[in-house]
Design a protein around this ligand. Sequence first.
Ligand code: FAD
Length: 474
Amino acid sequence: MAAEAILVWVRRELRLGDHPALAEAAATGRPVVPVFLCDETVEARGAAAQWRLGLGVAAFAEALAGAGSRLVLRRGGAAAALVALAREAEAGEVWWSRAHEPVAAALERDVAGALAAEGIGTRAFEGHVLFPPESVATKTGGYYKVYTPFWKSVRDRDVGTPLPPPKRLTAPGRWPESERLEAWGLGAEMRRGADVVAEHVVVGEAAAARRLERFVEERLADYPQARNRFDVEGTSGLSENLAVGEISARSCWQAGLMARDAGNPGAETFLKEVAWRDFAYHLLHHTPRLATDNWRPEWAAFPWNTDEDAPEVVAWQRGRTGVALVDAAMREMYVTGRMHNRGRMIVGSYLTKHLLSHWRIGQRWFDAHLTDWDPANNALGWQWVAGSGPDASPFFRVFNPDGQAEKFDPDGAYRRKWVAEGQDDPPATALAYFAAIPRKWSMSADDPYPQPVVGLAEGRARALAAYKGRQDAD
Ligand code: FAD
């Protein structure tokens, strides 16, 4: 009798290498049926994140074909789709990698229940994070709310070595029917922006591995300083690949460790940043409200404006606040699907402090426009900036965009790169913004550059007064 197939439900591990569920399934020698579902979590993604996921799925399907396998695609609720597929593939078991954000974790529980009710075995593997959230605990058994002690507790942990890709995956006697990826229309909401952003993505496992290698060779030594500069390509750019699992956090960690052992002066800072991602998942796992509500409940009474259509919010979204660094960063995201980390902090501070608008408005805008969207990093980033989160930026830290520009974009190269108005001969990057945005925004590179929607000093004073009022209420 032929061995029963194993269905491997691939969620965010779009890679052959260091993919524990796939590696172990391959090692059994049994037929393996890799499956990707356009399920409720995929449908709920913002446009850019959904679109980027689709590119990763296509690249992964190709990589699987190279290993003698296929990626079976189905759209629908995960539990019902997997029960149906397991029957069609005559699979006795369904395996997957755990996703740690609450919505995806809840889905996993539903799926496990539905499959068990049909007598189908299940196994969940790790792979998305370095340190599964429950595996890190304080001395009293609680979770970490502050990054530095978290970092100290994980810094020297053994995370094992990345697994090699399986050379071949045994195909089933008969493949279940697959849907066509194009028919799903992932990220259709991107509209004309998709063509522009497409020039800035680096897709697939092989490309992600090259990116890491080049980063370590060419940028890592200067990373601690260069990562803060707007006018230097100082970081790895790996967040878009990590977000869809085209590279594992463990591969990044191992590269960092090897560089640290070799005495590379940037390695420790890089490892610390990679560990921030785990910290974000740790917090989101233990306090799911991180993604939806003020992590500190006392912030509920803070008078943030929640009107997403307020003129100053619209100006922020469209990169027309009249504050060049804020506008440059917002446009960088619209054109490339990414934003400099310091840019994220500055535009976040500007929205929540200078404009006193709710961080949820910013979080939603990022959800829709980031190709490296990550549910944990985005939520933690926003609450950190707003001051409502764990280990947050203190209320009196109001980033001054002009001061930040002087320090980290001293010659204005980044601002010129992204803001066309007022330049005689704007570069292609700045002009690309107008090719990406909806026509109904009626913006043109020939428009005069707008006046600031709020004076920086006035906005700062207003923010400090409001934040102080909240503190006095404690
Ligand atoms: P590198 O500097 O090369 O860092 C390597 C990796 O470390 C990153 O890919 C990322 O996985 C991790 N990392 C670095 N900085 C951080 C950080 N501050 N927090 C958590 N992990 C970090 N990151 C996302 O991946 N997705 C998001 O949706 C996201 N939203 C953010 C929203 C706000 C308001 C803020 C302030 C930050 C957000 N970040 C997010 C964190 C950070 O800006 C990005 O991870 C970073 O800019 C990615 O660029 P890189 O890959 O070149 O990073």
